[in-house]
Every structure is written in C-alpha cells, then in structure tokens.
Design a protein around this ligand. Structure first.
Ligand SMILES: NC(=O)C1=CN([C@@H]2O[C@H](COP(=O)(O)OP(=O)(O)OC[C@H]3O[C@@H](n4cnc5c(N)ncnc54)[C@H](OP(=O)(O)O)[C@@H]3O)[C@@H](O)[C@H]2O)C=CC1
Ligand SMILES: O=C1O[C@H](COP(=O)(O)O)[C@@H](O)[C@H](O)[C@H]1O
Length: 582
C-alpha cells in the first residue's frame, strides 16, 4: 500500500515517496482554465461546460464538476481563470484539514499530535493547511501555543523536532464559531479559500465533538464550507449512536448532506499496528490459515483492560457504558477481522463485505451470556482510589457498567460452536489489549504423561498483544533440554521492540493518512455499523430496562468474579493478563 507523500518541507528520509492513487485527488493534475459558475442557469452554456468537463475528465482531468452538479457551493466561485478555450494548466492539489472541536481533549491528545507526526514523517501533502474550529475564543497564536504545549507525540524528542514544529505551526490557524451557524461556517470557508488560492482544494473535516452536534456541523459544513471543485470528506468520531435506532437515525441524517463515500467513521482500534497485522498473519502465512476454524480453535478471547477509571470523561461515559464504549466497536471490529472469510482482494469494499457477513452471521447476544461490573473505591497502603460514582459528573446511583464480559457465537460453518469471549474493563489491575486464540487439545497426545503440569493447561495458545509492548507469541509444548523426556511450556515470541527499531505510529496517524488518501478499508461502513448495533441493542435494552445492578469490583483488581463463571460456562479459562506469560 502506498504510504505518504514526499514533502519538500521535510528533511527526514522516509520510505514514503509517492501519492499514486486511483482517486482523482492524489496526483498533480491539470484542469482546464474555465469559470465554474455553480448557479449557471443557461442550459446551453451549462451543457457546454458540463461537456467540456466531461471530456476532460475522461482524458484524465479531475471530475470536478461537483459544484456545478450539486448546486450546494457557497458562492459563485471560480477555479483557474475565465478563459474557456485556453490550454490546460497544472494545478496542484491542496488539502485543508479542519478539526472541529479543536479546543477539546481528543484534538489535543491525539489529532494534532498525529497531524504533526505525519508532517514530520513527510506524509502530509506538499500543500496543506490545518484549521481548528470551536466555540472557544482563540487566536491563531493561541491555538499554536495550545498545540505545542500538548504535543506529546512519539517523535517530539527527535532530531530537528523544534524546527519542524515551527514549520508545522505556521500552517495551523483557528476560527471561532458556533456549531449550528451556517454563517460561521461560511466565514470559515472564506478563510480556507484564502489559503487555497491557485490550487485544487480538497477538504477534510474531523468531527472531534460530542455526538449531539454531529449533524448540525455536517449540515453547516456541507452547505457552507465544502470544497467547490475538489473532494470533501468528513471523519466522524464515535459514538455512532447508542443503539440501533439512534445509530440508524444518525446515518440517515448524515446522508442528507453527505454520500457514504464522504463519511469516514473512525474506530481507532482498526488503526493499531497489531490489528492491521491480523490479516497479514492469517492470509500470508500458510501455517495459520488452515488452523483458523472450529477444527483447531477452541475459543477466542478479545480482551481490553485499562488500569485507570473514567478520569474526567464520566459525563460522556455514564450515558454509554463499557459495552458501547469498547465492545460494540473496538472489540467487535477486531472479531470481524479475525473471523472473516478471505476477501476477494484487499480493496476496502471487499474487506468490508466480508466483515459484514461475519457480523450478520452472529447469534443474537443474550443476557445470560453477559455479565457487568462497576468499580468501587479501594485503598492500597497510603493510596486510595475512587469509585466510579465518586466522579462528580456521574450520578451516585448510576448502574452504568465499567466492566463487561460477554460470550458471542458465529453461526457459520467455520466457527460453529466456538465461543468468542469478550472482556472489557476500566480501573483494572493492568492496561492491556489482547487477542488470545486457544487451540484444541492434541488428540491422543503421546506425551501426555511427560507433562510436568496438567495437560489441560498445555494447549497451544496464540496471543496478539495489541498494546502495550506489541507482540505476537505462540505458546508451545517443548522438551526440557537434557537426558530424559520432560515437557514444559515455552513461547515462540515476536516482541516488536526487540525485532523492529522503527517506532510504531499511533493509530490516529494511520487513520488520518488513510482519510487524506481516500482509503476506506479501516473505516466503518454504515451496514457494518447497523449489524454491530443489531447484535448488542437487545441486550443493552434489557440491561437498562431491568436495571441490572453491576457486580462491584475494587479499583485496580482483576474485575468481577462473574467473568470467570461466564467463561467456565463455556468451558473457557481466561488467558493470563499478568504479563509474565510472554
Ligand atoms: N477524548 C477521548 O479520549 C476520546 C474521544 N472520542 C470521541 O471524540 C469526540 C471528541 O471527544 P473529546 O475531545 O473528548 O470531547 P470534548 O468533550 O473535549 O469536546 C470537544 C469540544 O467540543 C465542544 N463541546 C463540548 N461539549 C459541548 C456541548 N455540550 N455542546 C457543544 N459543544 C461542546 C468544546 O469546544 P468549545 O466549547 O470550544 O466549542 C470541546 O472542546 C467525542 O465524540 C468523543 O466521544 C473517542 C475516543 C476517545
Ligand atoms: O475509544 C476509546 O478508547 C480509549 C482507549 O484507547 P487506547 O487507544 O488508549 O487503548 C478508552 O479509554 C475510551 O474510554 C474509549 O472511548
């Protein structure tokens, strides 16, 4: 896959070299010098212009008649100069990236650092501008200070970082506005245009805002600030609704203003290195794919564990809970990638088609196969840890789960009867995300009596440690060296930091770059989203209607004991997350 652009402004040598895509926005292109009047009413002239554009398009020029056709452009704008029959002129593309909600937590923590890292790595297009948009009053300089203060990205200790940072900050601007005001977005549009003069403008909006204002922003941005002749894309952060109905409604509303192709629903777990590697592991190694079914796999575990609580995000979290926050999206996406059939190609639609098929083959999740928990306060030595309900933004009688475990099944030929166990929790003893594949027993094992330990524990297990310390390891049985025949457990271990010197990019870097490049493979399609909500909505409704009380577990513990009963019911023992098994 082509990654990154060469940027004249970078000094780093990076493998990224080309921006060679099938999408019309990605190469330096030529467009004829014409005036594009979006409101052109004379049918003959309009027809001529359309024909001209069509002819040019089929000869390799961009299909940039959008503003003519959709009539939604903010004004009667021109591209190039008004000389209808003059020779085509090279127009280089530029991209304007607007971070909506620029004053917020995610923007500071992830989006600006990821953009800077892409710039540092020469992965951003040669011509780009970044705009922050939010209600807070800020000058360009104040935004720049905010960005440089909060840049704690993986490269900020590298050579020339300061110089590159200055260069980057000079391309960052701020516009204060309301999220519901078309006027304010029109003002933004004018500012963007000033930076885009003489270039083919492409625009990317990143909605880093609370979900209740997604649609307002999309309405304002699409009506008043979309690109007139290049593309306009919108990255939408989760949550995409809180159940089937609200998610369907959100999709319908967004589609009033955007096509599905313009919507990039982000699930940042899909941008994690190990999750990207899952398909590579499966489909490019003959040793794994033949084992990838009920014939050899006993169970699959998808585990997310954080060693801190909601910490400032209680207000958001209490309306969602851990099932919506982690399971319905991050863990289910991993499951779909893990379990899908071989896609026809690596194209986005082929992969997403296979993921939807898996999701639609899943058995309806039932309450008996779900357990929920909530962390309570805990004192350890001199240190005391708060309960979830100690968060001032959380109601004291909240039943919102901060922990959940669930057993899911895929009713297809490959996975019939194999439990897929999910476990996700906050304020646990460790921070970790893993995919654990436990294999079946070796039938008629000749060495059974040679094991020092119980054979039941001695099946093969493949672990993909998504974070921290990315690793893939396979637990095998091995002869203890020496005379005699005694077997013990050992690991074939691929620890990334031991094998690779290159730092692993943050998931947001990968996903932002993909959105810029128009690569949709790692973004969620609306039918995937629909299938994901169908799976979880009934159980979420039941939990809430029946006011099921979560099992309390101490902050920093391994979570509720109920998770072990659930696993045992399906003949599963959770893998050891203590970290000493790799
Ligand atoms: N933070 C995180 O770690 C993660 C966040 N997300 C998602 O990303 C999005 C942004 O998250 P985050 O940055 O934490 O959100 P914030 O709560 O920090 O909100 C972002 C900005 O939106 C504006 N805002 C906040 N509340 C409201 C409101 N009620 N009405 C109108 N505007 C408001 C504020 O800007 P101003 O007042 O200046 O307009 C704020 O700076 C959300 O959808 C969230 O669910 C997803 C994964 C992780
Ligand atoms: O989406 C979310 O993810 C974070 C965890 O992300 P990670 O990349 O740090 O593992 C989680 O803390 C948050 O609650 C959730 O909304």
């Amino acid at each position: 896959m082509a990654r990154c652009l060469s940027s004249s402004s970078s000094t780093s040598s990076h493998p990224c070299s080309s921006f060679n895509h099938s999408n019309n926005t990605k190469k330096q292109i030529s467009i004829p010098k014409i005036t594009l009047l979006s409101h052109y009413t004379n049918p003959t002239i309009s027809h001529l212009i359309s024909k001209q554009i069509h002819l040019k398009s089929s000869n390799g020029y961009p299909l940039n008649a959008v503003s003519l056709q959709n009539g939604s452009s903010p004004g009667n704008e021109t591209v190039g100069e008004s000389s209808f029959y003059s020779k085509p002129e090279k127009v280089e593309p530029t991209i304007s990236i607007t971070v909506v909600g620029a004053s917020g937590d995610l923007a500071k923590k992830k989006i600006f650092p990821a953009l800077f890292a892409l710039f540092y790595e020469a992965c951003l297009p040669k011509h780009f501008t970044i705009f922050g948009y939010a209600r807070s009053k800020m000058s360009d300089e104040e935004l720049r200070n905010m960005i440089s203060r909060t840049l704690t990205c993986r490269i900020d200790k590298r050579e020339n970082c300061g110089d590159k940072m200055d260069e980057f900050l000079q391309r960052c601007f701020y516009h204060a506005g309301q999220y519901t005001s078309e006027e304010d977005f029109l003002e933004l549009h004018r500012k963007l245009k000033e930076k885009e003069i003489g270039r083919l403008p492409n625009r990317l909006f990143y909605l880093s805002i609370p979900p209740n204002i997604f649609v307002d922003v999309v309405r304002c941005a699409s009506r008043r600030a979309s690109s007139e002749s290049g593309w306009t894309r919108v990255i939408v952060e989760k949550p995409f609704g809180r159940d089937s109905e609200s998610s369907g409604e959100l999709t319908r509303c967004l589609k009033q203003y955007l096509t599905e192709d313009q919507i990039f629903r982000i699930d940042h777990y899909l941008g994690k290195e190990l999750v990207e590697n899952l398909s590579v592991l499966r489909f490019s190694n003959l040793v794994f794919e033949p084992l990838w079914s009920r014939n050899c796999i006993r169970n699959v575990q998808l585990i997310f564990s954080e060693d801190f609580g909601t910490e400032g995000r209680g207000g958001y979290f209490d309306n969602y809970g851990i099932i919506r926050d982690i399971m319905q999206n991050h863990l289910l996406q991993i499951l779909a990638l893990f379990a899908m059939e071989t896609p026809v190609t690596l194209e986005a639609e082929d992969i997403r088609n296979e993921k939807v098929k898996v999701l639609r083959s899943m058995r309806q999740l039932v309450l008996d196969d779900v357990i929920v928990g909530q962390y309570k306060g805990h004192t350890k030595g001199a240190k005391s840890y708060p309960a979830y309900i100690d968060d001032p933004t959380v109601p004291k009688d909240s039943l919102t789960p901060t922990f959940a475990a669930a057993a899911l099944f895929i009713d297809n030929a490959r996975w019939d009867g194999v439990p897929f166990l999910m476990k996700a929790g906050k304020a646990l003893h460790t921070k970790r995300a893993e995919i654990r594949v436990q294999f079946r027993h070796v039938p008629g094992n000749l060495y059974k009596r040679n094991f020092g330990t119980d054979l039941d524990k001695a099946t093969n297990e493949l672990v993909l440690r998504v974070q921290p310390d990315e690793a893939i390891y396979l637990k095998i049985n091995n002869k203890v060296p020496g005379l005699g025949m005694r077997l013990d457990r050992s690991d074939l271990n691929l620890l990334y930091k031991a094998r690779y010197t290159k730092e692993i990019p943050d998931a947001y870097e990968r996903l932002l770059l993909d959105a810029i490049e128009g690569e949709r493979r790692l973004f969620i399609r609306s039918d995937e989203l629909d299938a994901a909500w169908k799976l979880f909505t009934p159980v979420l409704t039941e939990l809430e209607e029946k006011k099921i009380a979560p099992e309390l577990y101490p902050y920093g513990s391994r979570g509720p004991i109920g998770a072990h009963y659930l696993a045992a019911k399906h003949n599963v023992r959770w893998g050891d997350l203590s970290g000493d098994d790799s």
